[in-house]
Design a protein around this ligand. Structure first.
Ligand code: ADP
Length: 321
């Protein structure tokens, strides 16, 4: 290694790639859902795919987990070709979320044992694995109760525990913490981080920008079937020159007039606010106030927001979610 090379960079550059996607495309009839996307996700990392509703996130996960075929492109997953070695890919992956395999009439332990059977574990090994997973997810006490009695957070944990029975190398997590209270969300994040520390690769889709910020090593923003930005949370935030200026109005009329004045603003009709991309420097703020003054529009308040992932999203996709 040359003396100037950073060890961390060298390691990540040579780490095996868990998910390698080139030119992935998919259309439904005339509608292009994925327009040739490329992704390279190193082993033992968390990758977050972000995008507004309808961007193509679920379609991407469905293709990568062999549920539906792509129209074009090359995918290698855990070293296997997605099409020619689909069985090997299926053995290497776990999918949680929307397609939950949990049977509500069984207990948590019975669900795990069923999964162990499906994964061809011996009875003894299955019991050992079920007990270990119940412990890891703090479900040991609840393990003998039917899943119908579980809270949303417990269900979500059981769903992930079931995925882990097969010891997958790559896990697809579709909105893992949607609807969870903050404590359950934190537990889930800790479990996800511990999996990655063991070398598992996580492919996450989420609407929570905070979740991607907290968890993901790299984030890609998908918009209308194309990757519009890719990088670490820090890199993405760095692409935005400086957050936004938020104007709040007393009524809908003031908001509507102001929205007409600032073409780049994003109005929120319920909160009566208008977010205008831009930095918080005084000349910028003064220019905004001048535009309002000239048009005789009164804003109730003005606040300056430094960039976060929300701003990245707003700027790149024109959507707050
Ligand atoms: P996301 O998960 O980002 O919300 P999806 O992947 O679910 O987005 O959907 C992307 C686009 O593809 C949407 O416009 C959706 O209506 C369309 N779409 C998804 N599945 C089908 C289908 N089976 N038939 C037709 N259109 C579909």
């Amino acid at each position: 290694m040359p003396p100037s090379a950073s060890p961390a960079r060298t390691a990540s550059a040579t780490a095996p790639v868990a998910i390698d996607v080139t030119g992935l495309s998919k259309a439904y009839g005339d509608k292009v859902v994925l327009d040739g996307i490329d992704l390279r996700i190193p082993e033992g990392t968390i990758f977050a795919l972000l995008g507004p509703n309808g961007a193509g996130k679920t379609t991407t996960v469905q293709i990568l987990s062999t549920l539906i075929p792509a129209d074009g492109g090359e995918v290698r997953l855990a070293g296997h070709d997605l099409v020619r070695e689909a069985d090997a890919v299926r053995r290497a992956i776990g999918v949680t979320g929307q397609f939950s395999a949990v049977d509500n009439l069984l207990t948590a332990e019975e669900n795990l044992l069923l999964m162990a059977d499906l994964n061809h574990l011996s009875r003894r090994e299955g019991r050992r694995r079920a007990a270990e997973l119940l412990r890891r997810f703090e479900l040991t006490e609840a393990g003998s109760k039917p899943v119908t009695t579980f809270s949303g957070g417990m269900r979500r944990k059981l769903d992930l525990a079931m995925t882990l029975v097969g010891d997958p190398r790559v896990i697809f997590l579709d909105e893992p913490t949607t609807g969870l209270d903050p404590r359950s969300r934190r537990t889930m994040w800790e479990i996800i981080q511990s999996l990655v520390a063991e070398g598992v690769t996580i492919f996450l889709t989420t609407q929570y920008l905070e979740e991607a910020d907290q968890l993901a090593d790299r984030i890609a923003v998908l918009d209308r079937g194309a990757i519009v930005a890719e990088g670490t949370a820090q890199e993405l935030k760095g692409r935005i020159p400086g957050g936004h200026i938020r104007l709040r109005f007393a009524d809908a009329e003031g908001l509507a007039v102001a929205a007409g004045l600032f073409g780049t603003g994003t109005p929120d009709d319920e909160a009566l606010t208008l977010d205008i991309p831009g930095d918080g420097r005084i000349p910028t703020v003064r220019a905004v106030l001048d535009v309002l003054d000239v048009a005789s529009v009164e804003a109730e308040s003005l606040s300056v927001h430094t960039p976060d992932l929300d701003d990245v999203f707003l700027t790149l996709t024109g959507s707050t979610r």
